[in-house]
Design a protein around this ligand. Sequence first.
Ligand SMILES: NC(=O)c1ccc[n+]([C@@H]2O[C@H](COP(=O)([O-])OP(=O)(O)OC[C@H]3O[C@@H](n4cnc5c(N)ncnc54)[C@H](OP(=O)(O)O)[C@@H]3O)[C@@H](O)[C@H]2O)c1
Length: 291
Amino acid sequence: MGLVRTIIDRDQGYAESALPQGLRELYDGDLHFPATPAQRPFVIANFVSTLDGVVSYKIKGHAGGATISGFDPADRFIMGLLRASADAVMVGARTVHDVSPKGLWIPEYTYPDAKHLYTEYRVKVLHKPEFPLVVIVSGSGRLELERAIFRTPGVHTVVITTSAGRDELARAGATKLPSVQIKAVDATGGSIAPLVVLPLLYLQFGVRMLLHEGGPTLFGQFLAADAVDELFMTLSPQIAGRKADAIRPALVQGVEFVPDCAPWFQLLSVKQKAEHLYLRYRRTESRPSGA
Ligand SMILES: NC(=O)c1ccc[n+]([C@@H]2O[C@H](COP(=O)([O-])OP(=O)(O)OC[C@H]3O[C@@H](n4cnc5c(N)ncnc54)[C@H](OP(=O)(O)O)[C@@H]3O)[C@@H](O)[C@H]2O)c1
């Protein structure tokens, strides 16, 4: 039985299915991705948002996406499915800090019931290692190294940082952690450009499909660099509200577009379960007709 019901699917007509049957049933359909662009990974992003666009309550213990979705099983299943599809999952440092210290960016962490289906898909169909590479972007290098993400056998983590961040991580003992790699890159004013991150992951780590899991600050920079190909967005039927001096982030923070160059998207699929909607968009150069 499906975890979601497909209402619209405009990505059809493939000769062969991509997902194994068990995942196709839970997702109520298939999931294909286009070929990788030249010299960089294909970038998909995944967020859950309230109806008013808030992605985090920014309250200790309730800052993560699970509070936004109301611990919605279908949202968590789709998150796991996208992780299972990706070579690497990338997050910004504040997203790492705002979730549980046990947090892991691997498929079954969000939806353990599909663990075997995710593994079968990754290993037997996609011929990828059991877990995706975890990529953390941190200019400062100030990361809590006691977290499970740095200490779980089989989970490989790369921290993309500045030279100052590399020194900070070395002082904190990160170079002694066997599953952690540190990559210091050029960063003007402490900010690492998405167009530096992507070729690094492509060339040095063989990443062809990158899942961007936020947060809104890192996501905004990738959008501004035209480095997001698809957006999977769960719309959760609650309203969080924001004060004028908002600390609750919306989908994008720290970047704003003018109408002439705001990114537009084409709707690829709509799925539904009870009051939640699961939307898939692909970046498009042209505005929809009538816009
Ligand atoms: N609802 C959802 O789907 C969802 C998804 C993801 C996250 N979230 C929530 O969003 C919140 C975090 O989002 P956020 O926007 O505050 O932070 P974020 O994007 O996760 O992380 C920002 C941090 O990442 C590093 N960073 C980002 N861009 C960088 C660049 N270009 N160069 C160098 N370092 C860079 C910096 O780390 P340093 O400070 O170490 O330099 C920066 O402080 C959390 O509460 C999280 O739970 C929600």
